[in-house]
Design a binder for this molecule. Structure first.
Ligand code: G3P
Length: 220
């Protein structure tokens, strides 16, 4: 499973990347706005940090022709830009054109298997179902990922599922069990995935016993 950082915060990206498990970054207009910086400069800086690893940057147009023009512009910012397109009819028209031109796309704001199937039919590189927002509506979000994985496998779609709106480690683990290709997570969730109190307690005990032995040997 690939891990993308779902943030536009440079320090978070650098810190998470130092842990050696980051395979890319996803942004969206809200995440960009949160940083309060120029969109192009932020995306280019993240792309440089990621090297050849994919970085999603979202269009803000809502008509197909304007989306296509915007996407072509974003794709020129760096070779590792993936263009994020919202799951609307105009967006699927744009994805169809862009995928034919070899521009990688990430269809976002996906909430049903029908939407995910349409994204794959349009030729999307990635499809981003939003788990946390579905759970906010008391909807079976995990079931959606399971359905999408099954549908994509049934028909051999190359579209990769990016688990998005991931709010806790369980979202990553459970969807990894069902074969989601990528999880895009906030810094906090990735940080949480490393920790467990029994690990801390066990390491503390190992080191205490080791140090006790060294002291005893020093006394002999
Ligand atoms: O990648 C989509 C993600 O940024 C949305 O997360 O928590 O606002 O639903 P959230």
């Amino acid at each position: 499973m690939k891990f993308f950082m779902d943030t536009a915060n440079i320090e978070e990206i650098k810190r998470a990347d130092s842990w050696g498990v980051v395979d890319g970054v996803t942004t969206n207009p809200t995440l960009i706005a949160r940083e309060g910086r120029d969109f192009e400069a932020t995306v280019k800086e993240i792309c440089a940090l990621m090297g050849n690893r994919p970085v999603s940057a979202e269009v803000v147009s809502t008509e197909a022709d304007a989306m296509i023009a915007e996407a072509r512009k974003l794709a020129k910012w760096a070779d590792n830009v993936v263009v994020k397109i919202p799951m609307i009819k105009e967006g699927m028209k744009a994805v169809k054109v862009l995928s034919a031109e070899g521009i990688r796309t990430n269809v976002t704001l996906v909430f049903t298997a029908a939407q995910g199937l349409l994204a794959a039919k349009a030729g999307a590189t990635y499809c981003s179902p939003f788990l946390g927002r579905l759970e906010d509506m008391a909807t079976d979000a995990m079931g959606l990922v399971k359905q999408l994985a099954q549908i994509y496998s049934n028909y051999g779609y190359k579209t990769q599922i990016i688990v998005a709106s991931a709010r806790r480690p369980e979202h990553v683990v459970q969807t990894a069990c069902w074969g989601a290709h990528v999880a895009t997570v906030p810094f906090k969730v990735l940080d949480q995935m490393f920790g467990h109190p029994l690990t801390d307690r066990g390491l503390e005990a190992f080191l205490a016993d080791w140090n006790k032995l060294q002291e005893e040997l020093g006394k002999q």
